[in-house]
Design a protein around this ligand. Structure first.
Ligand SMILES: Cc1ncc(COP(=O)(O)O)c(C=O)c1O
Length: 383
C-alpha cells in the first residue's frame, strides 16, 4: 500500500501512461504528441505527469497559464511548453525568462505582446490560435468570416517568433451527422488556411488541431502534433460516449483513503449532515477519511456510489462531508481502522470507475479528475 503515510491519496501508474502513449502513437502515425498537463494535469499531478510523458519521448507540453508553466520549469522540465490561454501583460516578462511559447489570443493581443517585446528588445515565442468553430479564443477563420489578414499580420510582427498555428474542436466527441460535418469543415478550413499561408510564402511553423476525441474519431490528419489530455490519462469524458474507433486505454489514476472508525448503528440512527440516511436496521458503518474537499463531489451523496474495502463493494451512505464520509460495511467481514479503501480504481476483483462518480455528479471525467484537490497526495506507482 503506497499511501501508508497519507490520509487520502492518488496513485499514478507509470506503465499505464506508457501504454496509453503507445496507443495514441498507434492511432496517430507520425503525428507527435503535445502532452496537455494544464490544471495540474487534470488533477493527476502536473510535474509527475510531465516527467513521465518526457520519459515516454514526448517533447512538447501545454498548460493553461504562465504560473503552471513556471511550476514545470522550476521542477527542471526543459522541453517546450505552450501556454494555451491568456497571460496578463504584467507577466509578459516571464515568457522569455522561462523560455515559454505563448498562444496569440487575438491580433490585438499579438500586437500588445509584440509592443512589449519590442520595447524590451526581446523575441517572444508564440503559436497562432485560429478559431475555426470553438468560439473561444483565436482569430476567426470560419464559414462566415475568414479574417486571413489578421493572421497574416500576426506573422509579420517583428518581435514575435511564431513557431506554430493551431485550432480546437468543440464537437469532435459527437458522432451525430451535423457534429461530424461541423468538425470535418473545421479540418477543411484549417487546411485551407495553411495552404493560403504556404501560397503566400509564410512559414507557419508547427500545425496542431486534435484533442483526445479528435484523435479517437478522426485519426491521423497529417499535422505535426496532436494535443491529448484525457487519452494519455487512459479515460474518455464518459464511457457512454460512442466513438468510431476503439482505443486500448488504461486509466492511470486510482484514488484511495483509509477507514478511520468502524461502529455498529441501530435501526433509526441517522448518518451525517441533514440526516438523509436513517438506518433501516442494525448496521455496521465505517467512516472513511475522504470528502468533498478532496474532490469526491457532494452531489453524489446518497445515490448509491460504492467504494471498495477488502475487495468488496460498500455504498456511501448519508451526505458526503468536507473531509469524511460514511460507508455501509455490514456485509464485509473484519473491516477495521487503517484499512485501505479504494474510491477510484481496482481492489481485488472489483473496480470502481471514475465514470460512476461523474455520471452521478452529472458531469464528465475531465471535471471530476481536475477537481481532485491539492491536499490529496500524488504517488507514482512503478512496476
Ligand atoms: C486547446 C486545447 N487543446 C487540447 C486539450 C486537451 O483536451 P482533451 O483532454 O480532451 O484531450 C484542451 C483541453 O481542454 C484544450 O483546451
Amino acid at each position: 500500500m503506497l499511501g501508508t503515510y497519507t490520509r487520502a491519496w492518488v496513485e499514478i501508474d507509470y506503465d499505464a501512461i506508457r501504454h496509453n502513449v503507445e496507443a495514441i502513437h498507434k492511432r496517430m502515425g507520425k503525428t507527435k504528441i503535445m502532452g496537455i498537463v494544464k490544471a495540474n494535469a487534470y488533477g493527476h499531478g502536473d510535474v509527475a505527469c510531465a516527467k513521465m510523458l518526457i520519459a515516454c519521448g514526448i517533447d512538447f507540453l501545454a498548460v493553461s497559464s504562465v504560473d503552471e508553466a513556471i511550476k514545470l520549469r522550476k521542477a527542471d522540465i526543459e522541453v517546450d511548453i505552450l501556454i494555451l490561454g491568456y497571460t496578463p501583460s504584467v507577466l509578459f516578462d516571464k515568457l522569455v525568462e522561462y523560455n515559454l511559447v505563448q498562444t496569440l489570443i487575438s491580433l490585438e493581443y499579438a500586437e500588445m505582446l509584440n509592443d512589449y517585446a519590442q520595447k524590451n528588445n526581446q523575441l517572444i515565442r508564440a503559436h497562432v490560435k485560429v478559431d475555426t468553430g470553438m468560439g473561444r479564443i483565436g482569430v476567426v477563420y470560419n464559414e462566415n468570416h475568414k479574417d486571413y489578414e489578421a493572421i497574416r499580420k500576426e506573422y509579420s510582427l517583428a518581435n514575435l517568433k511564431i513557431e506554430g498555428i493551431f485550432s480546437h474542436f468543440p464537437v469532435s466527441d459527437e458522432l451525430k451527422e451535423d457534429s461530424v460535418s461541423f468538425t470535418k469543415n473545421q479540418i477543411a478550413l484549417f487546411n485551407e488556411l495553411l495552404q493560403r499561408l504556404k501560397d503566400d510564402q509564410i512559414d507557419y511553423g508547427l500545425s496542431h488541431l486534435q484533442n483526445s476525441y479528435g484523435i479517437i474519431n478522426y485519426g491521423d490528419l497529417g499535422y505535426d502534433y496532436c494535443r491529448p489530455g484525457l487519452l494519455y490519462m487512459g479515460v474518455t469524458s464518459l464511457d457512454s460516449i460512442e466513438t468510431n474507433y476503439q482505443m486500448d486505454l488504461r486509466p492511470i489514476l486510482s484514488m484511495y483513503t483509509s477507514v478511520s472508525m468502524v461502529k455498529e448503528v441501530r435501526k433509526g440512527d441517522s448518518i451525517s449532515y441533514g440526516r438523509h440516511f436513517i438506518a433501516p436496521k442494525k448496521m455496521k458503518v465505517a467512516t472513511i477519511a475522504i470528502g468533498y474537499a478532496d474532490g469526491l463531489p457532494r452531489l453524489v451523496s446518497n445515490k448509491g456510489l460504492e467504494v471498495l474495502v477488502h475487495g468488496k463493494r460498500a455504498p456511501i451512505i448519508g451526505n458526503i462531508c468536507m473531509d469524511q464520509c460514511m460507508i455501509d460495511v455490514s456485509d464485509i467481514e473484519g473491516v477495521s481502522i487503517g484499512d485501505e479503501v479504494c474510491v477510484i480504481g481496482k481492489q481485488g476483483q472489483e473496480e470502481v470507475k471514475i465514470d460512476a462518480i461523474s455520471r452521478l455528479a452529472q458531469t464528465i471525467n475531465n471535471e471530476t479528475l481536475s477537481k481532485i484537490t491539492s491536499r490529496v497526495d500524488r504517488l507514482v506507482k512503478r512496476k
